[in-house]
Design a protein. Sequence first.
Length: 604
Amino acid sequence: MGPFWDAELERYTLQPVLIRSVAETFAPDIFFRTLEGWVSRTENGIKLGAGSKIGFNNYVNSFYAAYWLKHTNVSAISLSGSVVGNGILHLFKSTPSGKTIKIGSYPVGLADEASTFHIHFDLYGFLPTDGGPGRYFFDLEAVDTLEIEKISFTTFVPPPRNATFSLGICTYQKEDYVTNIGMMLEKYMNKREQVLSDVYIVNNDKNFDKLPVLKDIAWRDKRFHLIAQGNIGGAGGFSRTLQESLSESSSTHHIFMDDDAFIDANVLDRLHAFMSYAREDIIVGGHMMDMKRPNIVYEGGAKLDYWGFLEKVGDNLDASSHLDATYYDKLREVDYNAWWFACVPKSVAAQIGLPLNIFIRGDDFEYGLRMRAKKGIKTVSLPGLFVWHEPFEGKTAAWLEYYNWRNRFIICSIYGDGETLTIQPVEMLRDIIVDHLEGKRDEIAFVMCLAIVDFLAGPEAILQADAEALHVDLRKTLAALKVRPWSFAELLFARIGGEAPRAESSDGSGQVIDLRRSPRLGGRKRTMDEVHWIESDLVPAIDAALKLYESKVGQATQVWKDLAHSLSTRDAWTALYWNEDAAPVSPAIQETAFLAAETSPQPA
């Protein structure tokens, strides 16, 4: 019957209800709420005293009918379970129109005996005024003492295919996190070997000397593959995991997962079912829970605005709240899902190449946009599929802003259509830089200018260059600026490489973009007494960078659009980084050593 068939329930499992979890020690309230009486967790489930009641109206354990109805052919569902004792199950539906509808109350179980139950409902059973199929949840009430051993949303219908997964992690100096992930995945794979076939862990810190537990796992389990390489960023690490999977693994899909995450590996069962029942190839992403506020959904995918800035979807939701759970009563469209957890179809990846060699920040949404642009692959950010991850508010270094801006220029160039996405006009950049200068954030203004200059240098200067060397040079430049802050103009002019070409205004008036004309300053030149930076030598340097952008951005945009993808093929990555010198360190890889492109050509 395959990995979905539950012999005890005699149904195919779509979504197991998480009643026990490794996360219950730090986020116990997100799985269920005690509504009445006393409830205790047992070794395998939950025990309710007579007259007690628990509720599953929450983010984690709701069944999101809108997602299943749109992306799969499943329509007839059962809520199935195994219990000891008898109780009453109250089934509800919450609709996008704001209504909560009670489907019914159903007796379940037998006094003092183990038994199974099935409650049937149809996803298409909704009115046009409901706004869609909505979200299903339930409460469970104990008539006498009731032990819940298992509850799942199930179906009679077998999946049209069996999706299988490899999983890739890029790590860099996150030893405790990635070790924990490795142990979690090993335990899961020993139970569910038909789901997850291979784990590829790429360490950008050049060796695994600080990861002895992972080395032990790889020695005893050939499904774990450890690969050491230089620090070529998350883009380089994740691309390597995908390359290895395409070359060596029989899996149908590949999961990208961050190293500084925490996962209850049982959510992989949810991904497995959704991918296997999906009617077409899709990217499925997991939501990010805030590791410092473990009840909070930090982000459920994101959309790009017209200028390429991210807009989070499902921001700051309380996963334990029945009120916040209503946010996903309707399907929320996204443009991409970050790679704290995202799963891509390998058949499509083999056709479109690997992610861009852009170090960090943006490799994930570029690849999602590429799959959509080239093959029509949609991204689904699936509620109830989640990992915990460190929040990003503390990650505000100037060098991160450099990558944010440079890679935003790149992505807007490649995928900008002028209607839904376009590259930023020079006036916008000028005003943002002025805001930074006004706020005494000169270093951020400086890296924005560096990002402009490096983007204008074209795709070959970035995508065919050693990302580690570029990163080292960036950090050295910023270190020099900290020691000699007055060298701002000198360093920037050196990067520009001479005086920028003159850029005329579009209306032919002869006025050029410069900081003094920013509306942030009231549209007039102000004295040094009024604006502390206006007469400094950094102003002509920034103006030069902006003039360069204004004169070259159209040409640069077209070059990036024409060349970027041809520089991100598997052969291109291999020629740049992956040869015999970047040898893997685990026996699992040593037995099937990755060969250089010239001895084992791979399709782009």
